[in-house]
Design a protein around this ligand. Structure first.
Ligand code: GUN
Length: 282
């Protein structure tokens, strides 16, 4: 039997519509229109497109956004000063410094300088610490989107075997905490894991976030499992995920496509975090 295809575009649209309606309620109740501030250093064309999409999504959700495009030779000190000013600015609810930043800038130091109350990317050490401690503050957008997609399938995570392939700061590590908080039995795999296919085959929910094109073949998948593919790899054959979609979709119970799976969820969760930041600051 073929797996259910989890439509990230549709789920993303649902989340964004929910946020838009909650923004309208928040503003109707006397709240100020939430404002997201974005920062790009240099001229990375992909970053320009991503950030333009974030601004469009803000507008569609009834929120405002402001953009700071800084020259590629901006110093670390000047960038830190801007991040600090945005933190002190009462008219700003969310701050997002688009990554990557140029090589002369230390991204960890910049992200750490973001006011935790406005850290809508959820990447600061404070947000990461709160999440790891089981008292989540801002949740990083991609892992939050993964959980939303799993929930959309109707899967009960309580007691489920969840296996994550990849231990990145942006996706793998936050997912360990998010899945534990949902009472899943969590296994985190990485490049040194022995018998990766065997460990993955135990999973009721298998999440691939490792950046290796089509690593996860059908021999990694328990029949009926939910398979979430976070990978976006540019190859000679176009964009492919970490999962070998065609053969795996004949084994899995539900699977996300690439593109059109996890990708569209990131912006939806950013909108949700921006509203959340505005609410808790109000
Ligand atoms: N670059 C690619 N994805 C992201 C993201 O989610 N947040 C930030 N800040 N930069 C990114």
């Amino acid at each position: 039997m073929l797996a259910e295809i989890i439509d990230g575009k549709q789920v993303s649209a649902e989340v964004r519509a929910r946020v838009a309606s909650e923004v309208s309620e928040f503003v109707g109740g006397g709240g100020r229109v939430p404002v997201l501030a974005t920062v790009i250093v240099g001229e990375d064309p992909a970053s320009e497109v991503y950030v333009a999409n974030k601004h469009r999504a803000c507008e569609e959700a009834g929120m405002k956004s402001v953009h700071h495009g800084l020259p590629g030779d901006t110093s670390q000190e000047d960038l830190l000063a801007l991040v600090s000013n945005l933190g002190a600015d009462d008219g700003i609810d969310g701050i997002l410094v688009q990554l990557p930043v140029p090589d002369h800038i230390n991204p960890d130091e910049v992200v750490a300088a973001i006011d935790p109350a406005k850290d809508v990317d959820g990447l600061s050490p404070v947000s990461a610490g709160l999440l790891a401690g089981g008292n989540p503050g801002m949740i990083p957008c991609t892992p939050a989107g993964v959980i939303e997609l799993i929930d959309h399938t109707g899967t009960d995570l309580t007691g489920a075997d969840a296996v994550i392939v990849g231990r990145s700061k942006l996706v793998g590590r936050p997912l360990i905490s998010l899945l534990l908080d949902r009472n899943a039995t969590v296994t985190a795999c990485h490049s040194r894991t022995r018998d990766l296919a065997g460990v993955c085959r135990r999973a009721d929910v298998l999440i691939a976030a490792v950046g290796v094109p089509r690593l996860i073949g059908p021999e990694f998948v328990k029949p009926g499992a939910v398979v979430i593919d976070v990978g976006i790899n540019r190859t000679g054959n176009g964009l492919v995920g970490d999962v070998d979609f065609e053969p795996v979709s004949k084994v899995a119970g539900a699977i996300t496509p690439v593109p059109g799976g996890v990708g569209p969820m990131t912006i939806a969760m950013l909108m949700s975090n921006t509203l959340r930041a505005a609410r808790s600051r109000a």
